[in-house]
Design a protein. Structure first.
Length: 325
C-alpha cells in the first residue's frame, strides 16, 4: 500500500501549507472562541481545509478529550480518503457518523479495533494510540529513534519512537511521553498539523512544467524533476488533478485510465477518454500551478473553387496565362 493511492486531498492540503501563514494578530479564521494562540494556527489550517469541526458552532472543545471515533473522522478527512466504498471492517459498535471513516482507515491498516469486533469509538484516544494513527497514516516508521522516555513500551513503542525521531513531539516532559494519557482535541490538532508540515518538507510532490496532448486519447506531462524510484506512474498521476475545458464552454474532470513514466522518469504519459471531434484545453493541476495544453480534434473542413462541371475559375484580377504559371 502506498499512501499516494488515496492522498490526493492531502496533497492539496500540504501544498496549501506552503502559502499558509499565521495571521499577525490572534484573529484566526475560524469561529471557535475557545482556541488560543497555542492551537490557533493548527486549528485554523485544519478548519480551512474542512478536516475538522467543532463540538458546537462556536466551540472547538480544545481541552476536551478526543475520542477514537472523532480522531478517525478527522484523520480520514485529512487524508481525503474514499469513505463511501471502503469495505466493512467488521466493527459492530460504530454509528453512522464514524463508520465510513473507520472502515476507510482500517482498509489501509491505519487503525485497528480494541477487539476484533469493537473499535470503541467513544473511548478516549491515548497518546500512544495517537502516535500509531499518525505514523501509520503518513508512513513515518523509518524515522524511529531511541527516546529518553521511561514510559514508552509495548505495542506503541515503535510508533512513539518514529514520532519522536521526526521531531514532531518531544513528549510531555523530558523523560515522559505520556503514553497512556488521553490526548485533547487541541493537542491532536497541533500534532496532526505538525505531521502535515513534516510530510510536506520530506516528501516528493510532482510539479508539471509542460503538457502536450499528443493524440485524442493520450497526453504527455513533463515534470520539473525526475520522479523518485519508489514512486510508480500511478502514484505520480494520483497527485495531479485533471480537467478539460471544452470550446463550447463546458468543463469536465476526469481520472486517467492508465499511466506510464519515461525511462528518465521526467515525463508522465496518461491515457484518457477519447477527445475525437472535440476542441478545448487540457488542464493539469499540481495543486500549486495549472499547466494548460490546447487541443483540436474537430474534423478539418476543406473548400474547393471547382465548378460543378469540374473546371476551375480563374482569379478575375489575373490573366489566364499568368494564373497558370
Amino acid at each position: 500500500m502506498n499512501k499516494y493511492s488515496f492522498f490526493t486531498a492531502a496533497t492539496a492540503a500540504t501544498v496549501t501549507v506552503a502559502s499558509f501563514s499565521a495571521p499577525a494578530s490572534a484573529a484566526y479564521e475560524h469561529p471557535f472562541t475557545d482556541v488560543g494562540d497555542r492551537y490557533g494556527e493548527a486549528v485554523e489550517f485544519l478548519y480551512m481545509i474542512e478536516a475538522i469541526n467543532g463540538v458546537s458552532s462556536t466551540k472547538f472543545g480544545t481541552q476536551q478529550t478526543l475520542t477514537r471515533g472523532d480522531a478517525a473522522v478527522i484523520l480520514a478527512n485529512m487524508l481525503g480518503m474514499d469513505t463511501e466504498s471502503a469495505p466493512d471492517a467488521g466493527f459492530t459498535d460504530l454509528n453512522s457518523r464514524v463508520k465510513p471513516s473507520v472502515n476507510a482507515l482500517a482498509e489501509y491498516g491505519i487503525v485497528s479495533g480494541v477487539t476484533a469486533t469493537e473499535f470503541k469509538p467513544g473511548q478516549p484516544l491515548s497518546r500512544g494510540a495517537m502516535a500509531k494513527f499518525l505514523v501509520t497514516a503518513f508512513e513515518l516508521e523509518e524515522y524511529a529513534e531511541e527516546t529518553p522516555f521511561t514510559d514508552v513500551g509495548g505495542v506503541f513503542a515503535p510508533y512513539i519512537e518514529a514520532l519522536y525521531g521526526t521531531g514532531i513531539t518531544n513528549g510531555k516532559t523530558a523523560t515522559s511521553y505520556g503514553t497512556n494519557q488521553n490526548i485533547t482535541r487541541g493537542e491532536f490538532a497541533n500534532l496532526l498539523y505538525g505531521t502535515v508540515l513534516f510530510d510536506m518538507e520530506n516528501s516528493y510532490y510532482p510539479v508539471a512544467v509542460k503538457a502536450t496532448v499528443i493524440s485524442a486519447t493520450s497526453t504527455q506531462i513533463v515534470l520539473e524533476e525526475a520522479a523518485p524510484e519508489d514512486y510508480t506512474a500511478r502514484d505520480i498521476a494520483d497527485m495531479f488533478f485533471f480537467s478539460v475545458d471544452y470550446s463550447d464552454g463546458t468543463q469536465s474532470d476526469f481520472d486517467p485510465t492508465s499511466f506510464t513514466l519515461s525511462k528518465d522518469r521526467t515525463t508522465l504519459t496518461i491515457r484518457h477518454e477519447d477527445l475525437t471531434g472535440k476542441k478545448g484545453t487540457m488542464q493539469i493541476d499540481d495543486w500549486e500551478t495549472v499547466v494548460e495544453a490546447p487541443f483540436d480534434f474537430t474534423p478539418v473542413t476543406t473548400t474547393s473553387s471547382a465548378n460543378v462541371d469540374g473546371s476551375f475559375e480563374q482569379p478575375e484580377d489575373l490573366p489566364a496565362t499568368e494564373a497558370a504559371q
